[in-house]
Design a protein around this ligand. Sequence first.
Ligand SMILES: Cc1cc2nc3c(=O)[nH]c(=O)nc-3n(C[C@H](O)[C@H](O)[C@H](O)COP(=O)(O)O)c2cc1C
Length: 348
Amino acid sequence: MNLAYPWVRNPIIVSAPMRLIALAPLAVAVAKAGGFGFLAAGTDTGDLKAELERARSLLQKSPIKGVDPTTLPIGVGFINWGTNLNLALEAIKMHTPAAVWFFAPKQNEDLIDWTEKVRKMTGGRTKVWVQIGTVTDALHVAQACDPDVLVVQGADAGGHGLAQGAGIVSLLPEVADALRDIGMGHIPLIAAGGIVEGRGTAACLALGATGVVMGTRFLASKEANITKGYQDNVIRTKDGGLSTARTGVYDILRGITGWPDRYNGRGIINQSFLDSKNGLSIEDNKTLYNEALQKGDEGWGENGRLTAYAGSGVGLVKEVVSAQSIVEEVRGDAMETISKLSQALSKL
Ligand SMILES: Cc1cc2nc3c(=O)[nH]c(=O)nc-3n(C[C@H](O)[C@H](O)[C@H](O)COP(=O)(O)O)c2cc1C
């Protein structure tokens, strides 16, 4: 990994492409701190060229040492079911990001075309990362397009993921073993879902991951493009197993359609979710949602109605700090945790 990404330090800390939230400032700040930052194209590639241009100009102001000047040292995350491949390729050709991240195709076979065309477009300088959430998908994707990296997303993840899936502690080693058994153990695995600090990162390294992706933790970064109401909601929420849920309701209320059936999203439980569970019609719930939109920051929270996608690790996210301090803290704490464990075990 480090051969391809000379600015990235081990263990690799990655900021997730979060639609509308992870834009150029976050991706660039993470790269500058020696992590790997993704900006989110989501399903709409309309702003992608401009966003990549913004990243380029941020990097020109303070370049990162050792970066190949023909490559942009950040990645772009696509939600494949809704993205036009040709528009995406135009932006990739123009800026050569160091990686693309594919997620949620209508069917895994669609990724073959995406992978081949991106690799051809940039002569392999843009690496292909694919986020999957089951052993079956890992095997399928590995055999179909031999990605450069597989992001293994466990069920605790914030935002969209598979409605049915396992937690990272069992999922990652089973994926690793299954890939090894078919001769594809060379693909680096990056763990995602419920990881928000150094201890979780150390645990994932022990499971066989090369690094970790965090989404929820970076919601509480200064560089995230997020409202104060949403960010405060994340900071205040504790006990993520109780206070978050996987649901399709938030997409319905926001008018977002098109996600393949097997996906839904994990978000902080609010009044919209509870009312829906208690039988309020979608129509009435939407009316109340639209009223909450007028309230601005007050529309979020336990008694609010606006969507705050976040993972079950949210209770460990306590303050808003810079992306640089998140990357440095998590990387440093992970190394310290491992070294303390090793010392403690040698004394047994
Ligand atoms: C607010 C939010 C938005 C997200 N948007 C995207 C997205 O646009 N594309 C994507 O591939 N993953 C998206 N994800 C999922 C992340 O890629 C990642 O799997 C997840 O954040 C990891 O779990 P964590 O939130 O517990 O760190 C999103 C996650 C969150 C919290």
